[in-house]
Design a protein around this ligand. Sequence first.
Ligand code: KIV
Length: 312
Amino acid sequence: MRDSQPRQEIKASRLGSGGFFVLVVSGQGCPRHENGFEQAEEFEMEKKKKVTILEIGAMKQAGEKITMITAYDYPFAKVVDDAGIDIILVGDSVGTVIQGVPNTLPVTMDEMIYHTRMVARARERALVVFDLPFMSYQASLEQAKQNAGRALKEANAEAVKLEGGANMAETISAIVNIDIPVMGHIGLTPQSVHRLGGFKVQGKDEGTRKKLLEDARAVEEAGAFAVVLELVPAEVAKEITEMLSIPTIGIGAGIHCDGQVLVLHDLLGLYPARKLKMVKQYANLYEESRKAVEQFCKEVKEKKFPGPEHSF
Ligand code: KIV
């Protein structure tokens, strides 16, 4: 039986930095469930507004900070999407934080597709960006277009990221010209670790500062919708952020960037040994996880698990 005489008020409003739309339906006429469960007279239904590259650009114009985080699988992608993150980056950092290799160079296109597919299945609101791995776009424009296409077609990403400044301008344009959004990445570019001689802060002297500014301009002119600034002095990042009309997303680049990105496993404290100055650890999941597994081992050894409630 449904209640008659609906008297409902529907309001929609935009809430906070998460950008959620909240639809509030209230009034005495709210329907009752057929089986007798009465629904609340006033309830809230959160409807997530999908983030696109247009919202990312608009956030810079509105002075709203952009949040980006990495994820590599379904459960963590669900966690970060539900938490209201704006952009999920399926980073080639998958090499260092998931595969246990010392740098990102061995990561392949097929591995990135495998991980991005899982992430994309959990995505409801966030923009999913596919990080093009080493040697998937450097060899030729044709190679870059083919692989950027695979990221969208096979992995269900919505944009790709690639490393490099003026040297990659043509590649960025070629991909953007086939309607695939590109995020740039300058400063410390981990795929260039051997040329850079290690993971070092970039743009500390006048020459390299100027080069960074040139790179930033080239990436914007080539058509990128945003650019990551990695390990750049805060003042240089500020100058770039003020100079560009596209958003800058910083990691180890200070407070003035339009947005911030962290590697999820660093933020969650899954690697106690990996201490990086640019990271703030918001949880200690390594410790929590280890304790939980120790407790399981103990209870099995002591014949306390499974209990009657876990048995059939
Ligand atoms: O691969 C990655 O996780 C990245 C971020 C650190 C920006 O490129």
